[in-house]
Write a protein that binds this ligand. Sequence first.
Ligand code: OGA
Ligand code: MN
Length: 279
Amino acid sequence: MRIEGLPGVGAEITDVDLRQVTGDEMDAIKQAYAEHGVLFFRDQDLSEDDHIAFGERFAPININRFFAAHPDYPEIAMVAKEADQKDNIGGGWHTDHSYDVEPAMGSVLVARVLPETGGDTFFASMYRAYDTLDDATKAEIEGLNAVHSAKHIFGSQEQTYYNTTDAGGGRIGNAAAADVLEDVVHPVVITHPLSGKKALYVNPGFTVGIAGMSKEQGAELLERLFAHAMKKEHAYLFSWKPGSVAFWDNRSTWHWALNDYHGQRRIMHRITLEGCALH
Ligand code: OGA
Ligand code: MN
């Protein structure tokens, strides 16, 4: 097995078969995951059962509340866009599950049907985003907490992602669960539970304010942090091919699925793994 760091964020791991990972390989994968934030594998041949078994070697599976499930495997969430659909899932910078008290650790995403062109996914390093902040901004955000919410995305009130896009027509659902989900706070800067490194933990998808600040003040600070974090030098654009698998960490990375393949089908299978409280 070989591990090669990529520019911006992530590492590519080659010469490994995810259906039969040895104990030593598993240790190396865990270490690379903590360090690089997202791992990419090519030319894999995972059945649904293999996909689930690989995920379960890291952590228990979180069954997604909002995404349509695979018809035969409730553990697998469908990240799908049909040829006649307009909106995609994850089509803006975000990190999954930051609206939970104990945000999911990460996901293992397997490509099943790919468009002939487009459909790449951007990833960005929140370790790098934090490390490259200027000292004044680091001091400014020290000790602050941010507010995270799922309501404006998965909820049913006006102008949510759920009811303003065609993804609400069955690909995502259970809006009532989002409506009653309490907003949560997490530190703006976390110490990563696996690596011990500091990471910026706010994201444009689900972070809606800064605890103790007015809406305007919080929005101003978040806009500044987002503009910095999304700089191209912290990011890597992953091009999916048949057999590609990505395994990302929600605490140290963001991702953004490009929606540039209209008229073509893209079907991905996602397993999400349970995480822990963040400090
Ligand atoms: C996700 C997501 C990325 C993609 O599954 O959480 O944002 O490339 N998808 O489909
Ligand atoms: Mn996502």
